[in-house]
Write a new protein. Structure first.
Length: 516
């Protein structure tokens, strides 16, 4: 397949970015892995790019008793591991803005002390009430910390203040099913207004996921054909070659449906399928996403294998190395029925998408890491090239590649030089790093900046969460009641027969996983 390389001219560049106002960021779970690996590096990048105000400070909170200086040393080490060429002066200037407070998350006195500490730091740094509370802690602590923030008055420090300046950022998972999600929303809303809540899904911070909106709604040539009349089906894939690592305590109680489908997969589907919003306004965009979720047809549960399939990896080989099966992973019960793979067929019952299947799949320990959205258009209705035995022409496919390399690919047919009828599939490929000569930003950079400026566009709203859980909870309940083991697939495989049957029964096939 011949590849066509695009180009970007300087005069075509149209950019708009808002820098964050002076902000205090209070991170619960500051000594944890998420803070070290993602948050500190992303905030530091925003700082070096002059996207956050110099008055900014970060107050880390944790149960571990360490000093400000020890926290700064940990941060320096983490940042150097991410980037060995960090300028020493810039690094010191940033880490001087880091502070730490230790205590018990269940102790009201800890929050009273925290309130005093924030008031002191706000005064010394010149912060005027713009505060971000970030919950980088295990999900069971969300209600505890939220309730304490409300009881202590930290969710609204001063009645005369603009309440929207105080924001709460919550990591996934937001609940385990429809009931727990609704209960957590109820607790959150006792202390915070919905306008203050930022439920984070890091997939929505990825450039190619954001680009779905630009691609669809800034180009007049695509939106007219973005519907059932021209699109045959859509495939959304999140494939991982890694296993569960050290996450068995969380993963074995969650599984792929909770871990990936309820948030990442359905978020991407809603962006692909949504109607054009009236403006690039957070609630206008989120309104349209919710409409899509409301329109998804309920899963057929008798039998569910016609619309959703679960699998679990067994021993196999990846990149020539032997890897153990799920039941051999440390911390996993030998009789665990937790799924590590899910494939599903969804339908959206509205005018735009009626009877167009959306095939979604995600799994661990697959042959390659690959995250993509592939829109397959319908084949030409009649071939005029029968004399050359070209009865069926390959369909045009638009691929939005999210991982490992972010970009967009469009395949189409064109004549090759030579014979009168000589055709070839050409692939027009746009790769972010090749075209713009720079690495795409870490997703958390985008999301953290949006939190600081108060833009909720890329964050999940209350009704979005509850609707997606209502869709998936009957499946979870059916699996728990059934107690049978998921289908087995060998580590290093691309798929397995039950997952293949889900799509092949419709005369279609899964796309090959990306290899580079």
């Amino acid at each position: 397949m011949k590849e066509i390389k695009p180009s970007v001219s300087v005069q075509d560049v149209i950019c708009a970015e808002i820098t964050a106002p002076p902000t205090a960021m209070v991170v619960f779970g500051a000594s944890g892995d998420l803070t070290r690996r993602k948050l500190l590096a992303s905030i530091f990048k925003l700082y070096t790019n002059d996207l956050i105000d110099d008055k900014f400070y970060l107050l880390g909170c944790g149960r571990k008793k360490i000093s400000d200086q020890q926290f700064r040393d940990i941060a320096k080490q983490a940042l150097k591991e991410k980037n060995a060429e960090v300028p020493a002066e810039k690094l010191k200037a940033f880490t001087d803005k880091l502070h730490y407070a230790s205590g018990d998350y269940t102790d009201p006195q800890f929050y009273a002390n925290l309130k005093d500490k924030i008031a002191e730091l706000n005064k010394s740094h010149g912060i005027d009430g713009n505060i971000l509370f970030y919950l980088a802690v295990p999900p069971f602590l969300y209600p505890v910390i939220v309730q304490q923030l409300g009881d202590s008055g930290l969710s609204c420090l001063d009645e005369s203040q603009d309440q929207s300046k105080i924001r709460l950022v919550i990591e996934k998972p937001f609940g385990r099913d429809s009931k727990s999600a609704a209960e957590l929303n109820k607790i959150v809303h006792k202390c915070f207004d919905e306008s203050q809540v930022y439920r984070i899904d890091h997939y929505l911070g990825k450039e190619t996921v954001q680009n779905i909106l630009m691609f669809r709604f800034a180009n007049a040539i695509f939106e007219p054909i973005w519907k059932r009349d021209y699109i045959d089906h859509v495939q959304i894939t999140i494939a991982e070659s890694l296993g569960i690592g050290h996450r068995s305590g969380y993963y074995d109680k969650s599984g792929a449906l909770r871990d990936m489908f309820q948030n990442h997969m359905l978020s991407m589907l809603s962006l692909v399928a949504m109607e054009p919003p009236t403006s690039f306004n957070a609630d206008h965009i989120r309104d349209e996403k919710v409409k899509v979720l409301r329109s998804i047809r309920k899963f057929n549960l008798e039998p569910w294998s016609e619309s959703i399939v679960r699998g679990q990896y067994i021993e196999g080989h990846i990149d020539g190395e032997k890897v153990q099966g799920y039941h051999s992973e440390e911390g996993v019960d030998t009789d665990s029925t937790t799924e590590t793979y899910v494939a599903a067929k969804l339908f959206i019952d509205n005018w735009r998408w009626k009877d167009v299947p959306f095939y979604l799949r995600t799994g661990k320990r697959l042959s390659h890491k690959d995250t993509e959205i592939a829109i397959t258009f319908k084949k030409v209705p009649h071939s005029m090239f029968l004399s050359a035995d070209l009865e069926e022409m390959p369909p045009n496919i638009l691929v939005l590649q999210i991982q490992p390399d972010e970009g967009i690919t469009l395949s189409f047919q064109a004549k090759r030089p030579g014979s009168k009828i000589c055709m070839s599939t050409l692939r027009m490929n746009f790769n972010y790093s090749d075209i713009f000569g720079t690495e795409t930003p870490e997703a958390y950079q985008r999301l953290l900046l949006d939190c600081m400026v108060g833009d909720q566009t890329l964050f999940t709203r209350q009704d979005d969460v509850e609707i997606s859980w209502k869709l998936l909870t009957p499946i979870l309940q059916a699996w728990e009641k059934d107690k049978t083991m998921p289908f087995e697939y060998r580590a290093g495989a691309e798929s397995f027969s039950a997952a293949d049957n889900l799509i092949e029964a419709d005369g279609r096939t899964w796309r090959k996983l990306a290899t580079d």
